[in-house]
Design a protein around this ligand. Structure first.
Ligand SMILES: Cc1cc2nc3c(=O)[nH]c(=O)nc-3n(C[C@H](O)[C@H](O)[C@H](O)COP(=O)(O)O)c2cc1C
Length: 324
């Protein structure tokens, strides 16, 4: 036991590790339940799911969670048109807590309070962290410039954690570091600078339980520094992805604008269809997929079980602690 537990409202995860939500349909019931069974927080990415699919995913995860203290959350992008439907459905399904990012909602805190469901925002600035804490956030996920997917800052996690810790100090809520954390040693380093836990995503994508196509996993595994790029996403935010012909076209402004639109986003730049590109990535379509990954993806060289990931993280934490 080298990790302290993580408190979220009245709940407690045995290990201070949240598996980052990954849309579209990357972090689903299979991955989330495996993480919860190892004592971390399993997260179903809810962006892009229908009401019924979300219900089914939560139910399937619950059926597979055998750890009595295992926690299950959902992640939803505020930028999604169906944000309210997803939040209400998750509350109806008695989800343990709700994580949201890619934009900011004040109303969700009132909804969470009324339903007794903790709300955990993802923020990238001290200003927004303070607003969220004042509105009643049960914890704050601090996402840095090293993270995968959509980004709200280019600041490093080592810079952001102390700044945000300082900004919300008076509220006594947990701070969770997201972005670039790859090892047990990194987790200890985050705890030492004031975080109470971490959120990791790319590591869990490269697990046996993550049911994306093998092409996705192998593309990430062979990525070198030069293959990790920033694109302007149609969500209206920058995003980190792997360099492919598709992401190169986005960077060069040569991507064909979509002919039809399912209006999945409240505001879309219309340059390309994000939902189709992410869905194609999940299916392993190397031509049309957009493959998100964290900046430190190059540090991973294997696909292992979630259980093995946790064992390795604990081992690395033990070695790091021995050096203190
Ligand atoms: C493939 C992929 C998809 C992601 N999708 C989402 C998402 O839907 N919502 C979200 O809040 N964050 C998303 N993220 C960000 C992660 O949840 C997480 O905060 C971040 O990637 C952590 O950094 P790491 O990948 O270096 O561990 C995604 C990241 C990746 C790699």
């Amino acid at each position: 036991m080298y990790f302290p537990p993580l408190r979220i409202g009245k709940l407690q995860a045995d290990k201070p590790i949240i598996q980052g939500g990954m849309a579209i349909r990357i972090s689903r019931a299979s991955l989330a339940s495996a993480v919860a069974n190892c004592g971390g927080v399993g997260v179903i990415a809810a962006s892009g799911l229908s009401k019924q699919e979300l219900r089914d995913q939560i139910q399937e995860a619950r059926d597979n969670i055998t750890n009595p203290g295992g926690l299950l959350a959902i992640n939803i992008m505020f930028a999604a048109t169906e944000f309210d439907m997803i939040v209400n459905t998750a509350i109806e399904e008695k989800i343990d807590f709700i994580i949201f990012g890619a934009g900011f909602s004040k109303d969700i805190f009132t909804l969470g309070k009324q339903a007794g469901v903790p709300i955990v925002p993802i923020v990238s600035s001290p200003k927004l962290a303070k607003i969220a804490a004042k509105l009643g956030a049960s914890a704050i996920i601090v996402e840095s410039g090293e993270a995968g997917g959509h980004l709200g800052t280019c600041k490093s996690i080592k810079q952001l954690i102390p700044e945000i810790k300082d900004a919300v100090n008076e509220y006594n809520i947990p701070i969770i570091a997201a972005g670039g954390v790859t090892s047990g040693s990194d987790i200890i380093d985050m705890l030492l600078i004031g975080a109470n836990g971490v959120q990791m995503a790319t590591r869990f994508l490269l697990s046996e339980e993550c049911d994306v196509h093998d092409n996705f996993k192998h593309l990430l595994l062979k990525a070198k520094e030069k293959d990790i790029v920033m694109i302007d996403s149609s969500v209206g935010m920058p995003a980190r992805a792997i360099l492919t012909d598709f992401s190169r076209k986005i960077i060069d402004g040569k991507i064909d604008r979509p002919k039809e639109c399912g209006k999945c986003l409240k505001h879309c730049t219309g340059t390309f269809c994000i939902i189709k590109a992410l869905e194609a990535a999940r299916k392993g379509d190397l031509e049309n997929g957009l493959f998100f990954a964290g900046q430190n993806v190059k540090k991973y060289n294997d696909i292992i079980s979630v259980k093995k990931i946790f064992e390795r993280l604990e081992q690395q934490a033990k070695s790091r602690l021995a050096l203190l």
